[in-house]
Design a binder for this molecule. Structure first.
Ligand SMILES: Nc1nc2c(ncn2[C@@H]2O[C@H](COP(=O)(O)OP(=O)(O)OP(=O)(O)O)[C@@H](O)[C@H]2O)c(=O)[nH]1
Length: 395
């Protein structure tokens, strides 16, 4: 499966950048990655999006819209054709799906995303997903930078008690409601629980973006054709149709769970943990075998973390309509029975009757991972909290 990623606004572009960095040469899953922003400086600071795939729009706006969603929507409306045309610098028609990435609390990304999603839906015959971050409670400015003063012309103010800043909350709920019926699904990442105590968005965002990018790579990378034709094929392949079936096409909210465990391949003394010694065949070559108990335990542990650990958006697991489990890692660690048990465990945790599972062998990896996709998770407390914060601000 080939994914076309389009970041819009500061958060969207940084996360798109992190996704491109997370892609591995052995499992390419990205068609193109584009970054669109009104903020020239933020675009210049990206690391992996090619220069000719970065585009600044909105003449006369130098440092973003500072949370003014109305302006963002107007700009999105005015520039949507220009942004869509920019995609022709890549290969959008080869994409199996689009992923439009935005920080939902902002104005540039939130303002343009619904227009862009609607336009992509008319131009291409593949699903258009949104990956959106929810604003953190501790934010004091729309881009998460506490040093940026609040714009007094805007209808909001920082909450003394630390509750979600009403403007960011109002922007997020308004953009989510505009996306309803346009995006095939909205994958959510709630910034607040991922920040550490005392950490603000600017300090924490690179780490958060890496966490999120690892999950996106685990999901869409599982569908990639390995670059090396000799690579081990999956027992149960996950393809674009499976992803389409699970994410759906009714703007379901989606949360991702993830667990990973480094595998012990050896230590200085030459003894081997987890591996049965196989001197004749080369200790760590592809002929290495793994103790069944070690493989089963690694799969069980990562699946447990993916299902019961911290999600990108906390929700009642039993509310899930559809679910998918991907278990990946070196092929000799992907114990078939344990992977099948993991899928059943996800099915029972979510009580979903539509649960798929598959494996993603990665000969070059030193970890086993599990990714759980929970789709159709509404109602979600956190979204209701943001709606309440938005109402409180009269937005
Ligand atoms: N996870 C994550 N969230 C971010 C990041 N940067 C900002 N955010 C969040 O995204 C929201 C929107 O910020 P931006 O993306 O900078 O806003 P924008 O779309 O550029 O809009 P304006 O700055 O208002 O023009 C903020 O309220 C934060 O919640 C980031 O790099 N990673």
């Amino acid at each position: 499966m080939q994914l076309e990623v389009i970041g819009v606004g500061g958060a969207g572009c940084r996360i798109a950048d992190a996704i491109r960095t997370a892609e591995t040469a052995t499992r390419p899953f990205l068609c193109d990655v584009f970054a669109f922003d009104t903020d020239a400086q933020a675009l210049a600071e990206l690391e992996s999006v090619p220069d000719d795939h970065r585009h600044r729009y909105g003449a006369g706006i130098d440092t973003g819209l500072n949370g003014n969603l109305q302006r963002g929507e107007t700009l999105g409306d005015e520039h949507v054709d220009e942004l869509s045309r920019k995609l022709d610098a890549g290969q959008p028609s080869a994409a199996d799906a689009f992923l439009v990435v935005v920080g939902l609390g902002g104005a540039t990304g939130g303002g343009a995303a619904p227009e862009l999603v609607a336009n992509l839906q008319t131009l291409y015959d593949v699903p258009v997903y949104v990956l959106g971050t929810l604003p953190a409670d501790r934010e004091r400015s729309p881009d998460g930078d506490p040093s940026v003063p609040t714009d007094d012309t805007r209808p909001s103010g920082a909450d003394a008690d630390g509750a979600t800043r009403p403007l960011a909350a109002a922007n997020a709920t308004q953009t989510l409601s505009r996306l309803d019926g346009l995006a095939n699904a909205v994958l959510c990442f709630d910034n607040e629980p991922w920040l550490r105590t005392g950490e603000d968005m600017v300090d924490g965002r690179a780490r958060l973006n890496r966490e999120l990018a690892a999950r996106i790579e685990a999901l869409f990378g599982a569908t990639a054709q390995p670059a090396d034709e000799r690579a081990t094929s999956a027992e149960t392949v996950i393809d674009a149709n499976d992803i389409r079936r699970i994410l759906g096409n009714e703007t379901a909210l989606v949360s991702l769970g993830y667990g990973t465990q480094r595998i012990e391949s050896g230590d200085d003394s030459g003894s081997v943990l987890g591996f049965e010694l196989d001197f004749g065949l080369g200790l760590f070559g592809s002929d290495s075998t793994v103790e069944t108990s070690a493989a089963v335990s690694a799969v069980e542990t990562t699946v447990g973390k993916a299902i019961q650990g911290k999600l990108t958006l906390e929700c009642e697991r039993t509310n899930t309509d559809r679910a998918l489990l991907v278990v990946g890692g070196p092929p000799e660690w992907l114990n078939r029975t344990a992977v099948a048990d993991g899928r059943r465990r996800l099915e029972s945790a979510t009580e979903s009757t539509q649960t798929l599972g598959g494996d993603a062998p990665r000969a070059d990896s030193e970890a086993v991972f599990a990714l759980a996709v929970l789709a159709g998770i509404e109602p979600v407390d956190r979204i209701e909290q943001l709606q309440a914060a938005a109402r409180q601000s009269g937005q």
